[in-house]
Write a protein that binds this ligand. Sequence first.
Ligand SMILES: [Zn+2]
Length: 431
Amino acid sequence: MITHVKRAFKYRFYPTDAQAAELSRTFGCVRKVYNMALTVRTEAWTLRQEHVGYNATSAMLTAWKKTEELAYLNEVSSVPLQQALRHLQTAFTNFFAKRARYPRFKAKKKSRKSAEYTTSAFRFRDGKLTLAKMTQPLDIVWSRPLPEGAKPSTVTVSQDAAGRWFVSLLCQDPGVKPLLANGNAIGVDAGLEHLLTLSTGEKIANPRHERRDRARLARAARELSRKAKGDGSKAKGDGSNRAKARRKVARIHARIADRRRDALHKLTTRLVRENQVVVIEDLTVRNLLKNGHLARAISDAAWSQFRNMVEYKAQWYGREVIVVDRWFPSSKLCSVCGTLADKMPLNVRTWTCECGTTHDRDVNAAKNILAAGLAVSACGAGVRPQRSSPDGAVGAEAGSPTARAVGIPLVYEGEEVNVDAPPPSRRHEPG
Ligand SMILES: [Zn+2]
């Protein structure tokens, strides 16, 4: 059996002035429609306990376009506007399933600028991509090839805070097939000093230059906050210095994120290929992010990205990810004799158990995570196992790990570049 997966292939592109203007207008309309629909749905619910679904908002969009003040919505392709309403529907579904917070308004400066086009709104021919309302194809930098014969089903255009333009093409990837099962298992501990520590004792360092970039980021952020506080910025029309400072922060952020994503892709592909079972800890990122430290925030973002990648790659290749409850005392437990230490402050990097074993804090934690995960895997229950799927749904049923990952059509929303070298199994005939 073949796993049918959809993968997003993301590339930079350079729009013409007219294309940039068209896309900026589209982003604005997407935001407007999303926010209006959110207002309507929120009011209907809070005032009248009425549920307004996607179809109702879609009908409203048609009506809005007929009014004089919203007639400008007709100037852009209607597809991204419809997609915005679908995304809002998904956000509500996730909220009602307790997987996400209540949907928030898209702010002009802070929200991600993006527009999604489905097949009726773009043309992909001879390697050229032309969007609705445009005459010229996009000038895409094909930094890596699309799979042979791939036909994108969805195209997402976005612009990051540093002003760079990206296009992401969602395609069926026939190259992804489950790997042959092996008996290896590994535990992974998330850390601050190192990005990750493995139960084998291997420590994965933070990406190169990250320390220096973080220092730069901190400096730029301080600069920006000084500019923001500076009086008279209103009089000077939001001061171009401030905008410049904001762009600088965004650029450094983007650089850190790019390097980290590359490093995580290499790492997660390797872990999933080498191991049948990957055990991780359920760190609830939303809670951790409240901690204001910059280093912490970035590490936490890396962790959720890592988890996401490991989970979908495990699905692709027929591997299993086991998530161990976050209250499991992985740092305080001796992995050799099982003695539980009283406390383990964060600054303790090595400790000696009363059994005489000296532990590296993180390696010991990774070993404990692995053992807890394998216990769960063996008896099918235990430390509240969460075998999670990428959309956040939790399916606790045990079953053949390889069989579970097969034949599931997967779409990963908001997926970033995830193109790696072709898996070894590509050499096998489809069976
Ligand atoms: Zn011990």
